[in-house]
Design a binder for this molecule. Structure first.
Ligand SMILES: [Zn+2]
Length: 65
C-alpha cells in the first residue's frame, strides 16, 4: 500500500504532513463555502484539512445560530 503523504494544496504552509494526510472522501462534510474547491478525492495535510473543513464547518455552525 503506497501513500503519497502529500498535500494536494501545494502551499508554503504545508509543513504539517508529519502527522499524515487526510483523504477527503465524498462522505466528508465539505462546507458549502469551500465546495468550489473540489476537495473530494484530494489528500490534505492536517493544516489544510482543519482550516478548510473542520474550522470552516465550525465557523458556519456558529454563524447559523
Ligand atoms: Zn496543506
Amino acid at each position: 500500500m503506497s501513500k503519497t503523504s502529500k498535500c494536494s494544496l501545494q502551499s508554503s504552509v504545508c509543513d504539517d504532513i508529519t502527522n499524515g494526510t487526510v483523504f477527503v472522501t465524498d462522505r466528508a462534510k465539505i462546507p458549502e463555502t469551500n465546495l468550489d474547491m473540489n476537495l473530494v478525492g484530494k489528500e490534505l495535510c492536517r493544516h489544510h484539512y482543519n482550516k478548510l473543513i473542520v474550522n470552516e464547518n465550525y465557523r458556519l455552525m456558529k454563524v447559523a445560530k
